[in-house]
Design a protein around this ligand. Structure first.
Ligand code: SF4
Length: 358
């Protein structure tokens, strides 16, 4: 397959286009499905989206009202990803299917520009990276984010981006330039610091070191960046020593803040993660079942315990100060962990898909 530059002619079909009976009906607005050797193992389902901005339900504790998600599914393939369940609404598998079947909103930028031009748009804060990662591998091919950033900045809308994707580095000059026009918040998600555990749990994501280097590069470019230390995994990454080392590295890289959140096991993520745990750390299974019961959240006792463990470490490394105002919803904006039940469900403007936080 030969791609013309990095742009996509959504009306055209090339040699990589596949007809998938059934799938076209399940994915609303489906145009074509493409595969390419450069992204071996991934299938991109290109769709025409009817809307770009998702409204967060009223009453949500999240400090933003709108989100944008260019992609559904995520090639970073984190075993613990709690957006997995959203693939079910597309009649796609929430395990390997979530990692490999990526839905791409190819017309996202033009739809967004139309929505931002409406007189009713009040230039509210828009958060990205709240469901799947906007800088996952597909972004290297589709390059949707520069158009999104330009459109938001041109409309005077503040925005924030949370990602594990070091591809964000490509857009640093653009982000630095639009910062003069609108407040910009940036966050890197770095939770698993052990290389072996990272390869097992986040097989498609850049290494933790590469992400830390990006935090450093952003700080040097004058772009404040917080770190989301999430998910913290009981018995695997929650020792005082491990947390202290991680928070120390985050501070040394120049992060503006850190937020730690314990593992969240929503349906979809729960089966996938517990399957992994059974294969890799069977001795921990009874403990996890005890901590999580049948729910998605770790027990209140565990969350309280973790918050108490993390708070002094954050203070010791000088990260307890308030982050810049632009960091709404970014790491450091909430001090230790989100309170029970505070993870919101976004309400998509069209379609049955339930969006969730990253
Ligand atoms: S946790 Fe984030 S980076 Fe990992 S698979 Fe899910 S959306 Fe992608």
């Amino acid at each position: 397959v030969r791609w013309s530059g990095q742009s996509v002619d959504v009306a055209g079909r090339d040699d990589g286009a596949l007809e998938l009976p059934g799938l076209n009906q399940a994915i609303r607005g489906h145009l074509r499905t493409v595969t390419t050797p450069e992204f071996a193992g991934l299938r991109f389902h290109e769709v025409v989206a009817r809307s770009a901005l998702n409204a967060v339900p009223g009453g949500s504790p999240m400090p933003f009202s709108f989100t944008i998600n260019p992609y559904r599914g995520c090639s970073h393939a984190c075993v613990y990803c709690f957006a997995r369940g959203t693939h079910r609404y597309l009649e796609l598998d929430t395990g390997l299917g979530f990692d490999r079947e990526i839905v791409v909103k190819v017309n996202l930028v033009s739809v967004l520009e139309r929505e931002l031009a409406r007189p009713s748009w009040r230039r509210e804060h828009v958060a990205m990276g709240t469901n799947t990662d906007p800088y996952q591998r597909a972004e290297g091919r589709y390059r949707l984010m520069p158009g999104v950033i330009r459109a938001l900045a041109a409309s005077g809308s503040p925005f924030s981006i949370l990602t594990k994707g070091t591809l964000l580095r490509r857009d640093v000059p653009l982000l630095a330039s639009v910062r003069a026009d609108v407040p910009v918040g940036l966050g890197l998600s770095i939770a698993i610091w052990d290389d072996e555990l990272h390869r097992s749990l986040e097989p498609g994501a850049p290494s933790p070191r590469a992400r830390l280097e990006l935090v450093r590069a952003l700080a040097e470019a004058g772009l404040p960046c917080g770190v989301m230390l999430a998910p913290v995994l009981p018995w695997l990454t929650d020792s005082e020593e491990a947390l202290d080392a991680a928070i120390g590295e985050i501070a040394a890289a120049g992060a503006t803040g850190v937020t730690a959140i314990p593992l969240h096991l929503r349906p979809g993520a729960r089966e996938w993660f517990l399957g992994w745990l059974e294969r890799e750390h069977p001795a921990l299974v009874p403990g996890y079942l005890r901590l999580y019961g049948r729910g998605s959240q770790a027990s209140k006792e565990y969350r309280t315990w973790l918050a108490a463990r993390i708070r002094p470490l954050v203070a010791r490394h000088g990260l307890a100060r308030r982050p810049p105002a632009a960091h709404r919803g970014m790491p450091g904006d909430v001090e230790a962990s989100f309170p029970a039940g505070s993870l919101p469900e976004e309400r998509p403007r069209s379609g049955p898909v339930q969006e969730t936080l990253l």
